[in-house]
Design a protein around this ligand. Structure first.
Ligand SMILES: Cc1cc2nc3c(=O)[nH]c(=O)nc-3n(C[C@H](O)[C@H](O)[C@H](O)COP(=O)(O)OP(=O)(O)OC[C@H]3O[C@@H](n4cnc5c(N)ncnc54)[C@H](O)[C@@H]3O)c2cc1C
Ligand code: FES
Length: 290
């Protein structure tokens, strides 16, 4: 799969929810090759500080126009610097990287579940668009998006999903909109109450959320594709910094590693040893000054 380093022109850049920015870039080579679930490594500014690129997933891709969109949450120095860039500037991108999601079979008709925790919505949007485009006979209402954030200010607006025609189930941890509580709880409750059994399940969000999704998928024998996160330095398999403990089908306790940038970021539910991961809550919002 070809990878490119492209100097991409920023076409549009705006805040669409609390600390959540949407950026549209002209990047024709990368746009042509990108698959949903893959990512780019972004140099957030020239020079050596910060030294490392930051991984961001494709939020939407427009191969014919040569454009890509990134949706990101400001959490630290790199993403804060990124949020200061403006249309007309250029960004150095490396991609597309990683494996990407497998789309449902062309004759798939049954329900699909997508679970997004916070900024985990970013790659799932591209995936939903591609599922709809790749299979015009597929009823978008069969796509059930379970989308949760900490509070209503972090949610993307309803209008954002309007054109897709998917069923959105909303949750917020503080109950400021939709179901009160974690998105995985809402999903499990919905599945139990309505005997909902998706033909396939896709998820992106914090590792703690993915742990619950994986447990549900394995217990109910539903094929799942989870986009897993890990801190990345190179994105290319060179630094081995993105390793997660791998589960061996023959011996679940055997030690081994998967590398999120090369082997993933998309994995089946049983690919990692969840019990060995330090499953913790995401860091609290930090104070951001100008
Ligand atoms: C394959 C992949 C795709 C991603 N796609 C997106 C995306 O589409 N949109 C988006 O907003 N973010 C995405 N991320 C996460 C994003 O890369 C990090 O939030 C970003 O690198 C943080 O950089 P920073 O300099 O702002 O923060 P830093 O100063 O590096 O870190 C600030 C805080 O964020 C935490 N953090 C940093 N990196 C990660 C990470 N990878 N996962 C979880 N917490 C992290 C740190 O532990 C720290 O507490 C993706 C990560 C991966 C691995
Ligand atoms: S980030 Fe360097 S090997 Fe994966």
């Amino acid at each position: 799969m070809p990878k490119f380093q492209e100097n991409a022109l920023i076409l549009d850049h705006r805040e669409v929810a609390d600390r959540t920015w949407l950026m549209r870039l002209m990047s024709p080579k990368i746009a042509l090759e990108a698959r949903a679930g893959q990512f780019v490594m972004v140099r957030v500014r020239d020079g050596i500080d910060p030294l490392l690129r930051r991984p961001l997933s494709f939020h939407r891709t427009f191969p014919e126009e040569g454009c890509i969109e990134l949706l990101y949450r400001v959490v630290g120095k790199g993403t804060l610097l990124l949020s200061k860039t403006v249309p007309g500037m250029n960004l150095d991108l490396l991609g597309p990287l990683g494996n990407g999601f497998d789309l449902p079979a062309p004759d798939a008709r049954g329900p699909i579940a997508l679970i997004a925790g916070g900024i985990g919505i970013a790659p799932l949007f591209d995936l939903m668009e591609r599922i709809a485009l790749s299979n015009p006979a597929f009823d978008p209402q069969q796509m059930n998006l379970f989308y949760g954030t900490r509070t209503v200010a972090e949610l993307l607006a309803l209008s954002y999903f309007g054109a897709l025609g998917v069923r959105v189930h909303w949750s917020t941890d503080d109950g400021s909109f939709g179901h009160k509580g974690h998105v995985t709880r809402m999903f499990a409750q919905f599945a139990e109450d309505s005997a909902f059994r998706p033909e396939s399940l896709y998820a992106c969000g914090p590792l703690e959320m993915q742990f619950h999704v994986a447990r549900w998928a394995l217990a109910h024998d539903v094929p799942a594709q989870l986009s897993l996160e890990s801190l990345m330095a190179c994105g290319l398999g060179a630094c081995l910094g993105c390793a997660l403990p791998a589960a061996s089908p023959d011996d679940p306790a055997a030690d081994g590693y998967v590398h999120v940038c090369m082997d993933g970021p998309i994995f089946p539910a049983g690919a990692v040893q969840w019990q060995k991961l330090q499953v913790h809550r995401p860091p609290p919002p930090i104070f951001l000054s100008d």
